[in-house]
Design a protein around this ligand. Structure first.
Ligand SMILES: CC(C)(COP(=O)(O)OP(=O)(O)OC[C@H]1O[C@@H](n2cnc3c(N)ncnc32)[C@H](O)[C@@H]1OP(=O)(O)O)[C@@H](O)C(=O)NCCC(=O)NCCS
Length: 265
């Protein structure tokens, strides 16, 4: 189902073509992060768009691409390798529940046939906690053990940081689940940011939540993820609470924070 198409109508015949018409849809430039911003800027001048973006429900064929984007954006929009080399382990933890247990709540943004972003939603928090505890985490643990992930120092450092986060109350988020029963994660490929993919994914998800008459959504964002915070605030989310997080940065482990954001619908 196609929704949220961004393509604008082409210039009427006889009309002077806007400057943006002459910008080539250069595949090389498309790989540069700033090019998306320039293309988006020229759209405001009224020119035709160079590519079309649609938002649609997840299909099985999207699995690898969704996992890849999850791995590429796992650390505040940067690749998982910036803090942990077990990519497939992290991809399992980030996507397995949503792909296997709630694929109907997973949306993808597609541009010229390529999945460029996704939104993983969850409408059943109790089931999420149960399935994470009894299926996803145990299965991932055995796969990680098999892959030798526990032989690496960085894994033990992360587990130790998790323990310190637990002691400092960082996992005790006490989210007001009655008011905000739905949760989501959203990630867009860095080459396709600032082109409204995030906004279109969110708006389609808001419609799904409203249809089910649910009162609100929550999401967790790192406090030092300025872009993510601004995006959520722009989408009408407000900060509900702040929680400590011990996080590896280079050789040092630093105290950071996670923020719980909520939006009433
Ligand atoms: C956050 C993210 C999902 C936004 O997706 P996007 O497709 O680039 O966002 P959009 O182009 O739809 O922008 C929607 C609005 O958010 C705001 N916004 C988006 N990125 C922003 C940024 N880096 N800085 C400031 N505002 C930003 C814009 O003002 C925009 O409003 P506008 O349409 O009025 O201009 C994307 O940057 C991303 O995947 N980041 C890495 C992962 C992440 O942080 N995920 C969310 C937290 S877990």
């Amino acid at each position: 189902m196609a929704a949220g198409a961004l393509r604008q109508a082409p210039a009427a015949p006889g009309k002077i073509l806007p400057l943006s018409f002459f910008i080539p849809d250069n595949p090389f430039l498309n790989h540069l992060p700033f090019w998306a911003i320039i293309k988006n800027h020229f759209r405001f001048l009224g020119g035709p768009n160079l590519s079309e973006m649609i938002v649609r429900p997840f299909q099985e064929k999207d699995r690898d691409r969704v996992r890849q984007i999850a791995g590429d954006t796992a650390n505040r929009g940067r690749p998982v390798e910036t803090f942990f080399r077990g990519r497939s382990v992290m991809e399992d933890l980030l996507t397995d529940y949503y792909i296997q247990d709630e694929p109907q709540s997973l949306l993808v943004a597609e541009c010229d046939g390529l999945v460029v972003g996704y939104l993983t939603g969850c409408f059943d928090q109790a089931n999420f906690q149960k399935r994470m505890a009894w299926r996803v985490v145990p299965e991932t643990f055995w796969r990680a053990l098999w892959q030798g992930v526990f032989l690496r120092r960085e894994t033990w450092r992360m587990l130790y940081n998790g323990y310190r986060t637990l002691l400092s109350g960082g996992f005790d988020k006490r989210i007001p689940i009655k008011e905000y029963p739905v949760h989501l994660h959203i990630n867009v490929d860095s080459r396709y940011r600032h082109q409204q993919a995030g906004r279109h994914l969110m708006e389609k998800f808001f419609t799904m939540v409203r249809r089910r008459n649910l009162p609100g959504i929550h999401a967790v964002v790192r406090a030092d993820n300025a872009a993510g915070r601004q995006f959520f605030e722009k989408m009408g989310f407000v900060q509900l609470s702040r929680h400590p997080l011990i996080w590896p940065e280079g050789e040092k482990d630093r105290q950071r924070y996670t923020l719980v954001y909520g939006k009433r619908l």
